[in-house]
Every structure is written in structure tokens, then in C-alpha cells.
Design a protein around this ligand. Structure first.
Ligand SMILES: CC(C)(COP(=O)(O)OP(=O)(O)OC[C@H]1O[C@@H](n2cnc3c(N)ncnc32)[C@H](O)[C@@H]1OP(=O)(O)O)[C@@H](O)C(=O)NCCC(=O)NCCS
Length: 199
């Protein structure tokens, strides 16, 4: 198996590299479009500013911004690899689509479904029967209780809780620490306890 290329050289990429190496992957290098980063190192790996995408066979998009991941995923013709940190737990019935990162101490319970290029952050919980759309972001220690449904591109802030059976539309943002008690429409941002829309 060839090495894994990490796309992105920000803080989130450090977490992805840490998880990949803990899972036994050989990280081939890091690529970032910012030429100012070229030649620097990230967790000991060289950062390349440019690359011939057709020469990459296995890669992981390690960029926290949901919209940027969505754009690059459609532009780059490579095999997208999911990463799961070995500390944590995923039930065998849970389905995790390509390019997703499940960080240390995250729990993914039975029959959960997680869409492509999602980020399930450190110590977060995705309970039974949750369905997450592509390009989801679940922040550290966030809790999606049972049967929660997220549309595409939702951002769930650190420590937020989504009550059982709640449905979020596409591109919803939930603030850190919020408790979501009712369904939320496409594009809304909600904060607080209980969560209220701010725009
Ligand atoms: C919700 C969030 C995205 C809004 O960011 P923003 O668009 O820059 O909003 P602002 O900071 O301008 O805040 C707008 C209002 O919402 C309030 N607010 C923002 N975030 C809040 C939160 N998490 N809980 C309660 N109130 C919050 C602000 O106090 C402000 O209130 P005001 O209008 O009465 O002054 C952001 O605050 C947030 O919670 N991000 C989550 C970060 C996170 O968990 N990242 C994980 C990284 S791994």
C-alpha cells in the first residue's frame, strides 16, 4: 500500500496526521496551496505547495472548512482515504463514507451513517441511527444523540448537544455549547441553551 498524502497544513491537518499515524498509516507528505508554507514541516513532514494531482494515489483532505473540502473533493481525482484513530470505538454496523476522519476518543454507535469527507472530532459522540450528510463537521465533545439527521455541510460546534430525533437542514451552524431541541432549517446559525437562531 502506498503512503497517504495529507491535503492541508493547518491545525486540523496535525490532528489528521496524528490519527493516521496512530492507525498505522505511512504519511507520504503534506500539500498546501499556500506557497508561503512550502519547505516548512508539519509534525516532521515536509510541506509541498504544488503537486501533480494525477500522481497522487491515496490522499485525505485535512481542511476544517466544510465548503473548501467539498470543492477540493470534486476537483481532485484521487482515492480518498478515511482515517479512524485507534482510540475510540465504532460499531461494525456504522457506515463511514470515503475521506472521513474519526478522531481520538470519538464514539460512533450502531447503524450510524456518516457522509463523505466528514470530520468527527475528538471525544465526540454519534449515537445510534444518526445520519450525517457529506462534508459534516462535528466539533470536539459534541453529542449527537440517537436518530439525529444532518443535511450536507453542517457545522456542529464544540460541546453542542443535539436532542434525539432532531433534523438539521443543509449548511446549518450550531454554536459551541448549544443545546438543539428542535429541527433547524437550511443555512441557519443557532446558539445557546435552548438553541435560538441568530441568522
Ligand atoms: C456560532 C458561531 C459560529 C458564531 O460565530 P460568528 O458568526 O462569528 O458570531 P459572533 O461572534 O459575531 O456572535 C454573534 C452573537 O452570537 C453570540 N454567540 C456566538 N457564539 C455563541 C455561542 N457558542 N453560544 C452563545 N452565544 C454565542 C455572540 O455573543 C453574539 O451575541 P450578540 O449579538 O448579543 O453580541 C461561533 O461563535 C461558534 O460558536 N463557533 C464554534 C467554534 C467551535 O466549536 N469550533 C470547533 C473547532 S475544532
Amino acid at each position: 500500500m502506498s503512503g497517504l498524502w495529507i491535503i492541508g497544513a493547518g491545525g486540523h491537518a496535525k490532528v489528521a496526521i496524528a490519527a493516521a499515524e496512530a492507525a498505522g498509516e505511512f504519511v507520504a507528505g503534506v500539500i498546501d496551496s499556500n506557497p508561503a508554507l512550502a519547505g516548512q514541516r508539519l509534525l516532521g513532514h515536509s510541506i509541498l505547495a504544488q503537486h501533480d494531482w494525477s500522481a497522487l494515489d491515496r490522499a485525505h483532505l485535512a481542511i476544517g472548512d466544510n465548503k473548501i473540502r467539498a470543492r477540493l473533493a470534486s476537483e481532485m481525482p484521487v482515492e480518498w482515504v478515511s482515517i479512524q484513530h485507534p482510540v475510540g470505538w465504532r460499531h461494525p454496523s456504522a457506515r463511514i463514507a470515503e475521506g472521513t476522519l474519526v478522531c481520538a476518543s470519538a464514539i460512533v454507535q450502531p447503524d450510524a451513517q456518516i457522509g463523505r469527507h466528514s470530520i468527527i472530532n475528538t471525544a465526540s459522540v454519534v449515537e445510534h441511527d444518526c445520519v450525517l450528510g457529506d462534508f459534516s463537521f462535528v466539533g470536539p465533545r459534541a453529542c449527537l444523540t440517537g436518530s439525529v439527521t444532518l443535511g450536507a455541510g453542517c457545522f456542529i460546534g464544540a460541546g453542542a448537544t443535539l436532542c434525539p430525533g432532531i433534523t438539521l437542514g443543509n449548511h446549518v451552524t450550531v454554536g459551541a455549547g448549544a443545546v438543539v431541541t428542535q429541527d433547524i432549517a437550511d443555512g441557519a446559525t443557532v446558539v445557546g441553551v435552548p438553541a435560538k437562531k441568530i441568522r
